[in-house]
Design a protein around this ligand. Structure first.
Ligand SMILES: NC(=O)C1=CN([C@@H]2O[C@H](COP(=O)(O)OP(=O)(O)OC[C@H]3O[C@@H](n4cnc5c(N)ncnc54)[C@H](OP(=O)(O)O)[C@@H]3O)[C@@H](O)[C@H]2O)C=CC1
Ligand SMILES: O=C(CO)COP(=O)(O)O
Length: 318
């Protein structure tokens, strides 16, 4: 039995794919939402049009303790509160974060937050290029499963691989989670330049220099460069910066176009940009694109001004 906490688009998609290999419990925070999904066998609020197999049990309320893996598909800025509320039931089992970002309140990534709240658990992260709908439709997907404890990582890799979800393994949790967090910031920048009509060449420049910036920050925090070059870094950057299925990219588009954006949509890159910039400033790491994105999100700069700021920096070696 695998438990997935968080009945958003991603948690639901993972539950649908995992149900091909094991019984799954999908936990929603709202009892009404769980009841609705139980009755209709569909998550109409977050992932409409996808049938929920009978092998998925829909629950809400208290979580049962246990030894089986639990996936946490909770938005990054809500993960700390969720862990506080449910630490007793979650501790002492493998916990797999399925979120992308850096916690604004603490500056920590998902596995560090888990380790703090549930010290008896082996924290892992599942991340990489995948849109929830693709996974739920059974389309081929490859992700990174990172766990500092190699034995737990191997067990999770084999327990969570499904016919359409191929997992690669690493012990570099820092690299895996920073790749997923930082690519969202760059995706906002890419959406903004496309929305403002600044062209595909500008997007390619941002993706490339964004990747350099991701590497600079992640390596300073101890990540392995190979991890950043893999699915959770380069792979997810390529997907998120080029597809309007991405909410971060669409948020950037709305900034560039000067149109509104629904604040209820999960956009992890905005808070992450602020958290990363604070850490980078303290550590004297140069993060010009992240800096520009925070200024855009705060409404302090327009896209053309942000681009001028990036283009007029002192010339340097690549
Ligand atoms: N969607 C995608 O394609 C992918 C998403 N991800 C990552 O997955 C994570 C979740 O995103 P996604 O599922 O898409 O987001 P959604 O916006 O679809 O859903 C968010 C879910 O989190 C729940 N939630 C919100 N606040 C809390 C809380 N305080 N406690 C418990 N549950 C809460 C929401 O509940 P409610 O409905 O009641 O508000 C909802 O079920 C993000 O970090 C994202 O980056 C990763 C890869 C792909
Ligand atoms: O992380 C994702 C794809 O890998 C989903 O991206 P968004 O959160 O921008 O929709």
């Amino acid at each position: 039995m695998i438990t997935v906490c968080g009945a958003g688009a991603f948690g639901t998609a993972l539950a649908v794919s995992l149900a091909k290999i094991a019984p799954v419990t999908l936990w929603a925070r709202d009892a009404g939402h769980a009841a609705e999904m139980r009755a209709t066998r569909e998550n109409a609020r977050r992932l409409p049009g996808i049938d929920l197999p009978e092998r998925i049990t829909l629950t809400s309320g208290p979580l049962a303790a246990g030894r089986q893996p639990c996936l946490l598909a909770i938005p990054m800025q809500k993960l700390g509160g969720f862990l506080e509320d449910f630490a007793a039931a979650l501790d002492n089992r493998p916990l797999v974060a399925c979120c992308k970002g850096v916690d604004l309140a603490t500056g920590l990534g998902p596995t560090a937050l888990i380790a703090q709240a549930c010290p008896g658990s082996n924290a892992a992260i599942l991340t990489g290029p995948s849109f929830a709908r693709d996974i739920a439709l059974g389309l081929p997907t490859a992700l990174t499963l990172a766990c500092a404890d190699e034995g737990t990582g191997k067990a999770l890799q084999s327990a969570l691989t499904t016919p359409n979800l191929r997992l690669y393994r690493t012990t570099d949790t820092t690299g895996a989670e920073l790749g997923g967090a930082l690519k969202n910031v760059i995706a906002i920048a890419c959406g903004a330049v496309i929305g403002a009509g600044l062209g595909e060449s500008a997007r390619a420049a941002l993706m490339t220099r964004g990747f350099a910036e991701m590497n600079r920050f992640a390596r300073a925090l101890g990540a392995h460069p190979d991890t950043l070059a893999g699915l959770s870094g380069f792979g997810d950057l390529a997907l998120t910066c080029t597809s309007d299925q991405s909410r971060n990219y669409r948020f950037g588009l709305s900034i560039g176009e000067g149109t509104g954006f629904d604040p209820a949509v999960t956009v992890e890159g905005a808070a992450t940009a602020h958290a990363v910039l604070a850490r980078a400033t303290a550590m004297k790491i140069d993060m010009p694109i992240t800096h520009a994105v925070t200024a855009l999100v705060n409404g302090e700069l327009r896209v053309d001004q942000a681009m001028d700021m990036l283009l007029s920096r002192p010339l340097k070696e690549e």
